[in-house]
Design a protein around this ligand. Structure first.
Ligand code: NAD
Length: 354
């Protein structure tokens, strides 16, 4: 084993079905007196039920969380924080709600407790994102990491199957790209493996029985592992392409990840032999991109960028934007290769090494 330095960053984690009952103790531990509760409009009722045991410590609700954290939403949430005279935040929901909590922690220094209800994994990362005038800026800041994350799989049972599958594939993407990161260390490698195994095992079970609590619990554990990977390693082509597709064409986040992952692996793995071998071992196949594609297909996930809003004429634009980025990636970014990747993903073709 090689020498390595590991600066481990993690919130305190309370994990398991029913673990939301620990919320009052976690709030006590934090010393919070007045809480602003964040959610999307769809999750208000869920949020109200969850914070009910906190009584008058709940000083206000803000239910306007939106995908990609628009600055206008941050302004309104800051106003709600001030109106409530709050000192801390509770975020209940997916990556959009967690993203808003992070923006508030960054600008107000307010500590947060996050209760995730999807598998995006944002709660485990120091990465923030803010969208202004249609452009999403991202960065890293340890201040945005929640103080406590409560992973209660019972709260994910209501997640519709389509979002369940794409969100879980979004998480798998963190761990798969992590395996060829130049910053990989043996601790995070084992988290990559655990995340991939848990989610590859849980996704087909959830397709059969979306309310299976054991499968929900395994998937949430996988999401935790994969989010931790995302926090500690720089990502490659897959994440950069998804960022470009989301940012310029406004394609939906998790669905884009679900479509692109198999194609990004087909592009990169021939140039990342140890990762290819490891993934083949983990999945028990010599066709890793095909296995990811089949998993998505059998789970009913979208397979083509065309079906989630991309147009043929967008391919050249995305290829050119992708070529402008510079970051570590196993395979150099080549115009022809990227165009082939985007074409295959656009049409939803089964990926093959090329
Ligand atoms: P999301 O938070 O927008 O949730 C997707 C949908 O699921 C929403 O309509 C929401 O109302 C619904 N939902 C959530 N939980 C539910 C539940 N239990 N039952 C029923 N419906 C439920 O989407 P997401 O995929 O979780 O997150 C995507 C966002 O997170 C993107 O903006 C992405 O950039 C960001 N993200 C950030 C990081 C990071 O490290 N900063 C990591 C991953 C994702």
């Amino acid at each position: 084993m090689k020498k390595f330095t590991f600066d481990y960053l993690s919130p305190r984690v309370v994990f398991g079905p029913g673990s939301v009952s620990a919320l009052p103790d976690e709030i006590e531990r934090l010393g919070s007196r007045r809480l602003l509760v964040l959610s999307t409009p769809e999750q208000v009722e869920l949020a109200e039920n969850i914070v009910d045991p906190l009584g008058d410590k709940v000083a206000g609700f803000f239910d306007g969380a939106k995908m990609h954290v628009p600055v206008e939403v941050i302004q309104k949430a800051k106003q709600a924080f001030a109106n409530a005279d709050a000192d801390s935040i509770i975020a209940i929901g997916g990556g959009s709600t967690t993203g808003l909590a992070k923006a508030l922690s960054m600008s107000l220094g307010a500590p947060s407790v996050v209760i995730p209800t999807t598998y995006a994994g944002s709660e485990m990362t120091t990465i923030w994102g803010i969208t202004q005038d249609g452009i999403k800026k991202t960065g890293r800041d340890a201040k945005v990491l929640p103080k406590t994350v409560i992973y209660d799989s019972l709260l994910t049972v209501s997640l519709p199957l389509a979002i369940t599958v794409t969100s879980a594939l979004n998480a798998v993407a963190h761990a798969m790209e992590g395996l060829y990161s130049t910053e990989l260390n043996p601790v995070i490698e084992s988290m990559c493996k655990q995340g991939i195994c848990a989610l590859f095992d849980a996704i087909p079970r959830l397709v059969q029985r979306p309310a299976d609590v054991d499968a929900r619990t395994d998937a949430l554990f996988g999401a935790w592992m994969c989010g931790t990977v995302l926090c500690h390693l720089g990502m490659g082509l897959h994440h950069k392409l998804c960022h470009t597709l989301g940012g310029t064409l406004n394609l939906p986040h998790a669905e884009t990840h679900a479509v692109v992952l198999a194609h990004a692996l087909a592009y990169n793995l021939p140039y990342a032999a140890p990762t290819k071998r490891l993934l083949e071992e983990i999945l028990g196949t010599d066709d890793v991109p095909g296995a990811v594609y089949e998993l998505a297909k059998n789970a009913g996930a979208p397979l083509s960028l065309a079906e989630i809003g991309m147009r043929t004429e967008d391919i050249a634009q995305v290829r050119d934007l992708a070529l402008r980025d510079q970051y570590p990636n196993p395979r150099p970014l080549e115009a022809d290769g990227l165009e082939a990747l985007l074409n295959n993903a656009f049409h939803g073709r089964r990926p093959a090494y090329h």
